[in-house]
Structure formats: structure tokens, C-alpha cells
Design a protein around this ligand. Structure first.
Ligand code: SF4
Length: 124
């Protein structure tokens, strides 16, 4: 889980740095040409997506995360990781309706069945 957070943090920082360097995201209210930015008010966490890992049995050219049989940059998510988030959803009072799994290929993760069972047990 730590590696996923670090990977996402580094990815966000890299994107943000390149966008700031291009002058596109210097202002959170207006765009580079002075137009008002679009926004969506946060009104709940209806769907929680779990990324099960970046490995995939194939390697599509347009893959958003460059998954492949060799890309293990995101280590496999574990059932313990999922349980931690499920408990947090419950304790924080989110009205989450749906859990999604993505990757990589979720069924390459050896804990995909226990992870889905945890979700079912929590009523998802
Ligand atoms: S995760 Fe999806 S898009 Fe990416 S390589 Fe695998 S099948 Fe293709």
C-alpha cells in the first residue's frame, strides 16, 4: 500500500510540475486564459475504486497505466489493504454504494477473491 501511495504521489507531483511549468495550473479558480475553471462539488464517495496492481497479462498500447506482464511498479494490493479502506468507509460514515476493482488485470492478483469476499461481507 505504501508503494501505491508513493507511486501516485510521484505521478501527481510529476504531472503537476509539468502543468505548472507550462503555465496551465497556476491558479485554482481561473485557467491560463482567465476563464473560470470548471469544478464539481464533492457530495459523497459513491464509488471506491481499488487498483489491484499494475501487472497485466497483455500490454495495450493505449493503457492509461502502461500495464504489461513486466510492469510491477504498483505492487499487488492485499486483502488487508482492502479491509483497512472498508473499515475507514464504515467509520467515516461515507455513503459509498459501489466498489470497483481495476488494474492492471485484477484477476492476476492472488488475493482478488478474498478482497471481493471482504467487500461482499461489508454489504457491497
Ligand atoms: S490494464 Fe487494460 S488497458 Fe492496460 S494493458 Fe491490461 S487490458 Fe490493456
Amino acid at each position: 500500500m505504501k508503494y501505491i501511495k508513493i507511486f501516485l504521489y510521484v505521478m501527481v507531483i510529476n504531472i503537476a510540475q509539468s502543468q505548472i511549468a507550462s503555465g496551465k495550473f497556476n491558479n485554482s479558480v481561473t485557467t491560463w486564459d482567465g476563464s473560470q475553471r470548471a469544478y464539481v462539488n464533492f457530495d459523497g464517495l459513491r464509488t471506491l475504486w481499488f487498483n489491484t496492481g499494475s501487472l497485466c497479462n497483455i500490454a495495450c498500447q493505449n493503457c492509461y497505466i502502461k500495464s504489461s506482464p513486466q510492469n510491477n511498479s504498483l505492487i499487488y494490493l492485499s486483502q488487508d489493504d482492502v479491509n483497512e479502506f472498508l473499515h475507514k468507509l464504515c467509520n467515516d460514515g461515507h455513503d459509498t454504494k459501489e466498489i470497483g476493482f481495476t488494474g492492471g488485470e485484477p484477476f492476476m492478483n492472488p488475493e482478488i477473491i478474498p478482497m471481493t469476499q471482504s467487500c461482499f461481507q461489508e454489504g457491497y
